[in-house]
Write a protein that binds this ligand. Structure first.
Ligand code: C5P
Length: 233
């Protein structure tokens, strides 16, 4: 089984949520969103290391979260994030274990990730170099230009929404990040950095419950999903 290091970017400010603390530290039921996400990741059999990148002022809070876990088989690290998601991940990449063959990036604010989904991404990443979890686009997507004018309507049947985890062979992701930093290129996900250096990345069909908690409505949906999970015996 491939050895996997997971990087968890958690250094966002949470402006879109309008909360007083960054999104990963908002409570969802008994625990913080971050704690739910880490608990879900720790169920993955591939995992050998987990690196959280957060703002300096939250490092001690993350260490407290770690103390609640039985983690003898997994190395837990917390590092300082950067001013963009991409820089948070770049910082964390410097600490990836020499033992890891694959690196997953998973948003701190996606607490409903399942270990079978991680396993599928790992299998495809081993084969191709990279793999991303996603779902077919459900809305028609418009490209909008200046003044709000619609420029084009890409064929929806070929469009997918990329989620995380995004899993890559370690050397491929490291090279892609180094090249992006050198070129001053900032992407909105990890796969886009790998694609631009010619790396192959496959899509793995995930589920819509793997939502990214971004807006207040997402938090309400997350509470509903949690309640449904509680109903399952
Ligand atoms: O804000 P956005 O949706 O891009 O955030 C996705 C993830 O990236 C969140 O888990 C957030 O905490 C993280 N992030 C980060 N460093 C930043 C900005 C966002 O680690 N500077």
């Amino acid at each position: 089984m491939a050895r996997l290091s997971a990087i968890i970017p958690a250094a966002g400010s949470g402006i879109r949520m309008g909360a007083s603390v960054p999104k990963p530290f908002i409570k969802l039921g008994e625990y913080s969103i971050l704690q739910h996400t880490l608990q879900a990741l720790l169920k993955s059999e591939e995992l050998c290391q987990l690196i959280v990148a957060c703002q300096q002022e939250h490092i001690s809070k993350v260490k407290q979260v770690f103390e609640a876990f039985d983690h003898s088989a997994v190395e837990l690290l917390v590092v300082e994030g950067g001013k963009e998601r991409q820089f948070s991940i770049y910082n964390a990449l410097q600490f990836v274990s020499g033992d890891a063959e694959l690196v997953a990036v998973h948003d701190a604010v996606r607490p409903f990730i399942q270990s079978e989904q991680i396993a599928k991404c790992c299998q495809l990443a081993l084969k191709l170099g990279g793999a991303v979890l996603g779902v077919p686009a459900k809305d028609t997507i418009k490209q909008v230009g200046e003044g709000g004018a619609i420029v084009s309507t890409p064929d929806r049947s070929a469009l997918w929404q990329a989620q995380t985890p995004q899993v890559f062979r370690k050397e491929l992701l490291t090279e892609a990040y180094q090249k992006a930093i050198n070129d001053n290129f900032v992407g909105t996900d990890d796969a886009s950095l790998v694609e631009r250096i010619g790396g192959k990345v496959g899509m793995v069909k995930g589920g819509r419950e793997n939502l990214k908690i971004t807006y207040p409505i997402d938090l309400e949906v997350a509470k509903l999903i949690m309640r449904q999970e509680d109903d399952v015996i």
